[in-house]
Design a protein around this ligand. Structure first.
Ligand code: PEP
Length: 248
């Protein structure tokens, strides 16, 4: 019922020239893909990638969006700027933004509301750190991130949540499929309690954190897992395509 969605997060990797090379290699490999395929790329790659993916199934995403329409926000990028290029998806609240750039649940909420108001589809990242996990605070942390991050949001149609345990991002450590499924089940139950059963049933929730060709099938077989947000493995066409084609 929920269409799986596999999204690449390129982070701060690939010049525009390298981006086009990667897309050209990727395109034939995902031509028959069943899941929705998205690449979230650096701002400077957006135009080139938009042209490179033309006629393919790959959709275009950005890695952040400003909460304001325009103005004195040096270094930010507006929703209109992204929309004009043809961006469809946008990552909001990635743990690297939270860790290094002061992103908070409040700023995530502001960016999310702006994305929705402007017709961008947000991929909102939540997840606990290793310390929080070791202190048994995972549920408490996720509850705060979800309730504050999604405050005042009523329509979840275009929203994707990415559950990314911070300790699993870029570390090679993956949550076990059972663990990821259970935690995503908790997020779904939170959504159900606050926004209702229908929203919870149709909301797509991805897993992210060292997802790779060797573990994609097992993770994707889980009832609550509707896709993946892929960092490192999204930078290699063969690896990303293997994840997209996890069903074989
Ligand atoms: C990410 O950055 O969202 C991510 C999941 O990274 P990696 O796949 O490299 O762990």
């Amino acid at each position: 019922m929920r269409k799986p969605i596999i999204a690449g997060n390129w982070k701060m990797n690939k010049t525009a020239k390298e981006a086009v090379e990667l897309i050209n290699e990727l395109k034939p490999l995902v031509a028959k893909s069943k899941p929705e395929v998205v690449v979230c790329v650096p701002y400077t790659d957006l135009w080139a990638v938009k042209e490179a993916i033309a006629g393919s199934k790959i959709k275009l995403g950005a890695e952040n969006v400003a909460w304001a329409d325009s103005g004195a926000f040096t270094g930010e990028i507006s929703a209109d700027m992204l929309k004009e290029i043809g961006v469809e998806y946008v990552i909001i609240g990635h743990s690297e933004r939270r860790q290094y750039f002061g992103e908070t649940d409040e700023s995530v909420n502001m960016r999310l509301k702006q994305a929705l108001a402007k017709g961008l589809k947000p991929i909102v990242c939540v997840g606990e750190t290793l310390t929080e996990r070791e202190k048994n605070k995972t549920k408490r942390v996720l509850k705060k991130q979800v309730l504050e991050g999604f405050k005042d949001v009523v329509d979840f149609t275009d929203i994707v949540i990415a559950y990314e345990p911070v300790w699993a991002i870029g570390t090679g450590k993956t949550a076990t499929a059972e663990d990821a499924n259970k935690t995503i089940g908790y997020i779904r139950s939170l959504v159900k309690k606050t926004w209702g059963a229908e929203v919870a049933k149709s909301l797509r929730i991805q897993y992210g954190g060292s997802m790779k060709p060797s573990n994609a099938k097992e993770l994707m077989a889980m009832r609550n897992i509707d896709g993946g947000l892929i960092g490192g493995a999204a930078l290699k066409a063969q690896d990303f395509a293997s994840i997209v084609n996890y069903k074989g």
